[in-house]
Design a protein around this ligand. Structure first.
Ligand code: CA
Length: 235
């Protein structure tokens, strides 16, 4: 029973939480339900969930504040499930420390896939360590020791910065990384670096990595937010 993943569901809308609870239980997850931000913060510290599903519009506090508070002590994957659709709102949630963003209304299969991705990352441990060994995702492989990248059978020659960008996104495969997050981690947050420089680098990466850079198969753009490496390791 201890191996059954434990999900903290934070949702104040009864109809939605009942529906999600049914879906999650039918898929063999254990679910703990919170209706307010304060309740959620208390439960997340006392029960150590494996994944948090978070609605942003809560009666007592904003969901982004819940993320910031939880991030003071836990790296549990937080998936925002919200009807807020403005890009800035998604960016705010991701920058506060959310791992993923699923817009409402959501498809059940999509939500379950995001949960599986989050759980896999959680068991892989913290992503801050220098990566080692080999990474394989569809036709893309990274040999971290040899510092070699291979795409669809061809060796890819990247600049130092391009290599840092690709390996950072690969370490978070399946998750959207914001422009700010990538810039902070690749350039060390130098204020002279803006999204435009990242975009130029990404265009170069795609020319080298993708069969058709206009329709990338490995690293896709989340418009106005950042980039995501498509996860081909699922199921
Ligand atoms: Ca709500």
């Amino acid at each position: 029973m201890n191996n059954v993943p434990f999900i903290l569901l934070i949702e104040d809308d009864k109809a939605i939480s009942n529906f999600m609870n049914t879906v999650l239980c039918a898929n063999q997850y254990r679910v703990l339900h919170a209706q307010t931000g304060r309740e959620a913060i208390a439960l997340s510290s006392s029960h150590c969930p494996d994944v948090v599903l978070l609605d942003l519009g809560l009666p007592d506090m904003d969901g982004v504040e819940v993320i910031r508070t939880m991030r003071q002590w836990t790296q549990v994957p937080i998936i925002v499930v919200s009807a807020r659709s403005r890009e800035q709102e998604k960016v705010d949630a991701l920058d506060a420390g959310a791992d993923d963003y699923v817009p409402k209304p959501f498809g059940t299969a999509e939500l379950l896939a995001r949960i599986r991705t989050a759980l896999r990352h959680n068991t892989q441990g913290p992503g801050q360590d220098a990566p080692s060994g080999k990474f394989q995702n569809g036709g893309l492989s990274i040999d971290y020791e040899a510092r070699r990248i291979n795409a669809d059978g061809n060796e890819v020659h990247l600049t130092h910065i391009e290599y840092k960008i690709v390996t950072l996104i690969a370490r978070h495969v399946g998750k959207v990384l914001t422009y700010d997050y990538i810039i902070r981690n690749v350039w060390g947050g130098r204020p002279t670096v803006d999204n435009q420089i990242l975009r130029v680098n990404m265009a170069n990466i795609r020319r080298k990595l993708e069969k058709n850079p206009a329709e990338p198969l490995y690293i896709v753009t989340e418009t106005g937010i950042g980039y995501r490496m498509i996860d081909y390791t699922v199921d």
